[in-house]
Design a protein around this ligand. Sequence first.
Ligand code: ADP
Ligand code: MG
Length: 547
Amino acid sequence: MISGQTPILILKEGTERQQGRNAQKNNIEAAKAIADAVRTTLGPKGMDKMLVDSIGDIVISNDGATILKEMDVDHPTAKMIVEASKSQDTAVGDGTTTVVVLAGELLKQAETLLEQGVHSTIIADGYHLAVVESRKELGELAAKANDDKTLRKIAITALSGKNTGVSAEFLSDLVVKAINAVSEERDGKTVVDTANIKVDKKSGGSASDTTFINGIIIDKERVHSKMPTVIKNAKIALINSALEIKKTEIDAKVQITDPSKIQDFLDQETDTMREMAEKIKKSGANVVLCQKGIDDTVQYYLAKDGIYAARRVKQSDMEKLAKATGAKMVTNLDDITGDVLGNADVVEERKIGDDRMTFVTGCVNPKAVSILIRGGTEHVVDEIERAMNDAIRVVAITKEDGKYLPGGGAIESELAMKLRTYSNSVGGREQLAIEAFAKALEIIPRTLAENSGLDPINTLIKLKSDHEKGNKTFGINMNDASISDMLSLGVFDTYRVKTHAIESAVEVATMILRIDDVIASKKSSAPAGGAPGGMGGMGGMGGMPPY
Ligand code: ADP
Ligand code: MG
């Protein structure tokens, strides 16, 4: 078929392309580089990164996902790792650094095998066998409980090392309170919908002023200074249309021939607006929360009637309020009756820092709670917010699952030992891959040791011998730089986070391993944001994934 001498060019001349081992090597280097960039942040003694953008704005964080999100990553393989970390964050909310560090190490270990002539598909197969075995082992190693004490420790472990400027114990109490408030039993199962927890932040004050509120905070003040600041036994109207006279879309001219008619016209407008306030009052409402604007005249009449009103309340807050207070949102004021009003014990304006906010507390349905984060600067409240969001997710998951794992690298050491035994039963070249996988897992205790200033080699040797003696829950004690029992120390990792992290790391590592051809492609017209699942396989004629 191929006609002799003329070479067939399927790619334009000058197209950038890397093939075979070269492509693999390059990809592995990129993965290792990205892992190295976040390694020093792992664990409570991890360092922070300061990310500076081109206009000088800074983000200071210890959170892997945040750092990677802010980093300007260019290499396609590095981007795949960043994606894996992001999807870990979306799925379980923590363990983002672990995914990256582990994926980097799995590839580093694979590289040694590639150099020994083990084919990448064999390595991938071995890694997959190891994942299946790990899942089984982790299920057996998990401790079972979801009482408050356990949940608090889960929160503390997730919060430790975050630059919150306040004790993890203090914040963990708030998290556990919030989780318990929104936790429900459905069909004999515990379900925690974290969407019912509203995390708000206001810079100013100190981090220790962060509070739990059994209700909803709205970042709006009352519209008129003559309105009461506190309403007890609140009857709340949620209105999602403007309490104003509608301005016509097109410029309209009203011709008034008689000067006395001007007053009539204005009076008529005032009447309409007074009627609006009257309709609200007649329904029995003493609080109005409006998604749109409220005209000065309407404000005046509402204030005169002693009604509390706030305007331009966010849609998402309106929805939460509806759920919590039992109010039905109304668009047409004629629909306002006692039936559509919601209830809360207190609606109150409180001064928070330089701002005033509306607090709706003691709702009929208590399954809507808030945490108001305070802290000296924007950077502090932002970092506390990220840390709290992580903690809320992991505590919710643990409350649902009712199981957890010892942290501090204990579980990785134990798993590595179990996998080495298992690899003997597999044999062949896959055995080598499973051993490499076991070795890669040890990057977690090794890094934790390094980050707490311990000698990594000696620590790992000691840790291994402890596990061989049957001390399954021993890990790196970062408080006093020793090796001790993580369960009695209270360093608890989230079961679902850990299993997900291992699985995601293996998934992305094997995907990268299978690539043996990197070709610069035409500007992609494929939809953006897709999973990089389409990549891989030989040749990869589709070119690079659409990042
Ligand atoms: P990730 O983004 O992966 O969650 P972290 O920086 O939160 O990364 O570090 C998580 C690791 O730190 C886990 O392996 C956890 O067990 C460990 N860790 C957390 N607190 C402690 C502690 N007090 N002592 C030892 N290890 C800890
Ligand atoms: Mg974490």
